[in-house]
Design a protein around this ligand. Sequence first.
Ligand code: MF3
Ligand code: CO
Ligand code: CO
Length: 280
Amino acid sequence: MTMGFIDAADSPPRHTNEIKLHGPEAFAGMRRAGRLAAECLDMLVPHVVPGVTTGRLDDLAREFVLDGGGMPACLFYKGYRHTVCTSINHVVCHGIPGPKQLKEGDIVNIDVTVIVDAWHGDTSRMYSVGPVKRKSSRLMDVTYESMMKGIEAIKPGLRLGDLGAAIQEHAERQRYSVVEAFCGHGLGRVFHDSPNILHFGRRGQGDEIRPGMIFTVEPMINLGRRDVALLADGWTAVTRDRSLSAQYEHSVGVTETGVEIFTLSPAGLHTPHTMGASAD
Ligand code: MF3
Ligand code: CO
Ligand code: CO
């Protein structure tokens, strides 16, 4: 997501005519990039266990992406020095990999962006570290469902507000909150392009959804309040109230009739967080 790059609150208004409409060549490129990114998240599933360091997961991801003919898009992006972001528990996004070990009961988002033939594939999922509390798995379930409801709302002629509203309504029905400080983004040959994709909104408002648009849907959902704070490292965003936060992300393209998801899991590991047994 795009805090610091395109902040939903600070960015200038965007207009439909600034939004690129991509053709078949772009969709073909996005399929290749999206697949490698999704395969990277599939590869990591068995490695997300108690005791593994987030730095080790980053090393595995970097090697996998390079071996697969891609480039890690985040490496050296705006001074970032890693392949993935690893956001644990109350970390909302942009957690930095390092010597920290995962422990049983943690929930962690791993977010990877790859470049294949100049096209960007950007996706993230939640992982359970061993058995986790029911409140943690419920938050992750609802976050996945919220993302999918947003994606299901993507149809030519509808508006970006319909997408945001679908996400917000599902999350708030469970009394969770939607983070507003970060948003999804257009992508393609550009990593963070217009439009901003807000994960909240009102039906019928916002730019019209048109065939050829390519963007991410990546809601961050909190158990507590929506407010976030930035840690002193300049990257790590946490919930202000230190409540749990979860996120899922897909890269998608708008077709004549609906939507194509570029980052589906080839191994069927769409929701790796469901693999751990419950701890309560
Ligand atoms: N992958 C993130 C996104 O979804 C961006 C991370 S940029 C980084 O947009 F520099 F923090 F890696
Ligand atoms: Co993104
Ligand atoms: Co991402």
